[in-house]
Design a protein around this ligand. Sequence first.
Ligand SMILES: CCCCCCC/C=C/C(=O)SCCNC(=O)CCNC(=O)[C@H](O)C(C)(C)COP(=O)(O)OP(=O)(O)OC[C@H]1O[C@@H](n2cnc3c(N)ncnc32)[C@H](O)[C@@H]1OP(=O)(O)O
Ligand SMILES: NC(=O)C1=CN([C@@H]2O[C@H](COP(=O)(O)OP(=O)(O)OC[C@H]3O[C@@H](n4cnc5c(N)ncnc54)[C@H](OP(=O)(O)O)[C@@H]3O)[C@@H](O)[C@H]2O)C=CC1
Length: 284
Amino acid sequence: MTQDVTFGLSDEALLNLPLHFNPDLFKDQVVLVSGAGSGLGKAIAIQFARLGARLAICGRRIERLEATAATIRKTGARCSVHAMTIRDAAQVEQLIDTVWQDHGRLDVLINNAGGQFPQPAIDYSVKGWNAVIDTNLNGPWYMMQQAARRWRDAGTAGSIVNIVAVIWRGMPGVAHTCAARAGVIYLSKTLAVEWAPFGVRVNCVAPGVIATEGMNVYPDEARAEFDRSNPMKRFGDVQDVSDACCYLAGPAGKFVTGEVITVDGGHQLWGEQWTAGRPDYFKV
Ligand SMILES: CCCCCCC/C=C/C(=O)SCCNC(=O)CCNC(=O)[C@H](O)C(C)(C)COP(=O)(O)OP(=O)(O)OC[C@H]1O[C@@H](n2cnc3c(N)ncnc32)[C@H](O)[C@@H]1OP(=O)(O)O
Ligand SMILES: NC(=O)C1=CN([C@@H]2O[C@H](COP(=O)(O)OP(=O)(O)OC[C@H]3O[C@@H](n4cnc5c(N)ncnc54)[C@H](OP(=O)(O)O)[C@@H]3O)[C@@H](O)[C@H]2O)C=CC1
């Protein structure tokens, strides 16, 4: 049984974090953030709003999206809310159409929605495997393709940032998500070349352990050791990730494409990473 813990920051705290960028950096730009009803997506959307952007946010659960939108509107920013699943290509096409109708443009897509469950790979069901691949590879792909088609057709530039994970040492217990995220990273590198002629940049941010409510999906036993997953021996915070997104999406990142920025306290180099708990074999 997973203990419920309070990870992450309140909306009020997110609104009051010190900004590391100029407050009009994204003035008049339209930013679409998937999975903005919680955790990283919410923090990213609020930060873009505080930097002058207009927001479109999507996810499956409308109540959580409306709560994020209410917070975003406190900054004075416009925010449209779109309840949908990224797993359905038709819903993604409809989403991108609606965002263009509502806002008249799109400048930045943050492909943040995602998630997985911890389980030894040998026990995955077909349905479980497909759920994770649909959520973390197919969904982000549908979003990228629809956004890029509109940018190509409108003749306007765009920037995509995909949130992935620290996959370079593999990650026991979440093999399905490692496969999906590796797919997104190499898809992004390929699209960075194919879509450069349209003025579309495609990059990724790979977060290490970040304190969000999404962490509640992991068993207590595993989560208790997550601060040992990197040489800094701690969790990162949501702003570590939202700052990387703003760097890549904004003018500072204008010559960067096909890149992965790893924001992980060194997790890619050192640390324990047993997402489903440490197997007996590795205890001695
Ligand atoms: C040092 C270690 C580092 C740790 C960090 C690793 C890096 C990543 C971190 C994070 O991503 S933080 C958290 C992000 N948020 C989440 O992960 C959200 C929670 N997860 C999910 O929502 C799901 O896992 C999902 C698959 C994305 C949910 O999809 P959906 O709602 O369609 O799934 P379900 O209908 O619930 O299930 C479908 C299918 O999947 C199998 N399954 C689901 N949960 C489990 C489980 N806990 N254990 C085993 N199998 C599971 C199962 O086959 C389900 O089918 P049914 O049995 O329900 O018919
Ligand atoms: N926190 C961390 O340490 C790390 C997180 N990540 C990744 O960062 C991203 C955000 O994670 P985090 O904020 O921590 O976790 P959360 O679980 O809080 O956020 C995931 C968000 O994605 C949305 N979502 C899930 N499935 C779908 C779907 N099919 N269609 C649309 N929206 C969907 C969820 O909303 P709803 O259920 O309402 O649809 C939710 O708001 C995820 O991709 C995660 O895997 C990667 C590495 C580390």
